[in-house]
Design a protein around this ligand. Structure first.
Ligand SMILES: [Zn+2]
Length: 106
């Protein structure tokens, strides 16, 4: 009966968003880690307990939706999620638009 075919590379781990309760592939979620009694948003660290929140859904980063999972830390986690989402690459300066230090209007 338990002759399930082995498909090791096809398995996509699914996690549930704590805000909207949707099940999604883990890669589409941000992991919030509980460490020493504190929740924090950090990528790539698999220690302690984990909770998951949609990576692309700002509605899921609102304090009131996170309160059920993070309680007193909901506001803090909401802020961390919003900060985390900011793309550091969008701050790139255009090459060739360099301001010459010699130009100075007084
Ligand atoms: Zn969600």
């Amino acid at each position: 009966m338990t002759a399930a075919p082995l498909t090791p590379s096809r398995h996509v781990p699914e996690r549930t968003c704590v805000a909207c309760r949707r099940k999604r592939p883990q890669q589409e979620l941000l992991r919030v880690t509980r460490e020493a009694g504190r929740w924090s948003v950090r990528a790539g660290n698999r220690v302690g307990r984990g909770a998951y929140v949609c990576a692309d859904t700002p509605e899921c980063w609102q304090e009131k939706r996170l309160r059920r999972a993070f309680r007193a830390q909901a506001a803090e986690i909401a802020e961390q999620l919003q900060t985390h989402h900011k793309d550091p690459n969008q701050n790139h300066s255009a090459p060739g638009a360099r301001v010459s230090p010699e130009v100075s209007h007084v």
